[in-house]
Design a protein around this ligand. Sequence first.
Ligand SMILES: [Zn+2]
Length: 535
Amino acid sequence: MSFEVLDKDLAARIGRLKTRRGVIETPYLFPVVNPFDTTITAKDIEALGFSAVITNVLHVKRGVKELGIKDVHDFLGFSGPIMTDSGAYQLLVYGHVDLTPSEVIELQENYGSDIAVFLDYPTGNIAWKEALKRVEETVKRAHDLMTKRRDTSILWVGPIQGAPYKDLVELCAKKMSRMNFDVYALGSPTQIMESYRYDLLFDIIYTAKRFLPLSKPLHLFGAGHPMMLSLAVALGCDLFDSASYILYAKEGRYMTPQGTYKLSELDFFPCSCPVCSKLSPRDLASMSSLEKTRHLALHNLFALKSELNNIKQAIREGLLWELVTQRCRSHPRLYSALRRIKGASKFLESLDPSTKAMISGIFFYDSLDLYRPEVVRHVKKLTSNCWKNYAGGVIMLLPRTSSDGGKCCKLFMRLLLDKIEDLLKEGLNLRIAFYGYPFCLVPLELENVYPLSQYEAPCEPDSLTKKLVSSMLAQVLMKLKPRAIVLYNVRSFWRGLIESSCKKSCKEVLTLDTAEPFKDLSDVEKLVYLVKQLL
Ligand SMILES: [Zn+2]
């Protein structure tokens, strides 16, 4: 196997992709190198800590013809792994490319490419029928490659075309997954990203990922902005390539994980890379065009590298969700993609490891956080195997927020458990659970299981969040089918919602309200009295 997974979080992985020229640690972004433009060379990129680069096979062809090159590593002056793209992007932009599929295979095999892409047929903004033809042609060329390739030490990439049509992406992913590619790659996202359709990008990554083998890395072609990398990684993209660092720099644009600035808009640099710590925006503005581009490009590369490190650290800590939700709030279009996570929550939960090396508790903010794997997994357990033989019992529901674990609550609970012990001995089917945001219902016996109490959340959730939690609670209670519910202190902000969730699942709901829960110990007697009413 050329790909080994070391850590997981959501659908993201930290992995090791073994090439014949060394290992690439993923998630990784291959900076695009143009050997005919020396503003930024492969040596500059290597000095910044990038271990692999990508160049276009058309450059290789020109190098062979005009300069007599024998190996792409000598040509670029780079000894690490080199990926070569197929010229398909030129096909997408200009409608033609001066290469045949066979020529592309030969060029990559003969001139030292370590990771190679055959000449696929990108879809882009065309009618569905034409896009289908291109998907079929891409699949046909993939089959041709399998019979024509001679060098098995090269990692071959299988591009998935069909975007923006989800059904075609699914069709292509299914067909390509039957062929044994070392890496799969999602094609044609550039136009989608240029128009900021991150919601569409979310859909096509999610579609492709579900139908591709999880044991292989997934590359996203042409994606290179620090603002969107964490979302793509969370959905399962392992590799990226982009010329954005230099293209942005040529237009005087400065990348940050929160978005892009024009150099002219900046009075201060929000970064401490070697460029930004030595120079001010004014210094850069006064430089020659070439020098300015070079410095901006170096900063942009730093911004990409640094964001990849942020992502890897978040995966290791099991806190990628936090990073993704922060980054997606840096642009409204990214936020609309983030909202798609609701539909992908079961998929993400299935890939997310249930035990993680969490260093700190997790933070919950609003309704979107109800779709993070920890909550989805908890609700799944509640509605499947937890309290399996519970139908027909009594549930005592107590309020739960992150601030309830104080001394008075502990004393109250000890007293309550003492008082009901006798009732339990008499064979009463009574369970105690807490209701609240984010886990909707936490049985007392699971209270200290990670992460059911190791989290922070707002004291009062917003109204949409409250509605969703109440409907999740109703769903859980309907599965548990209790005979009766004793409800303690439906706090002012839950009033109506929790009661109606309880009433959906059983006819008998007895409530005890109090100004401050767990403060007045006489409430224990009143709760026990309510339970006895049900005997
Ligand atoms: Zn910088």
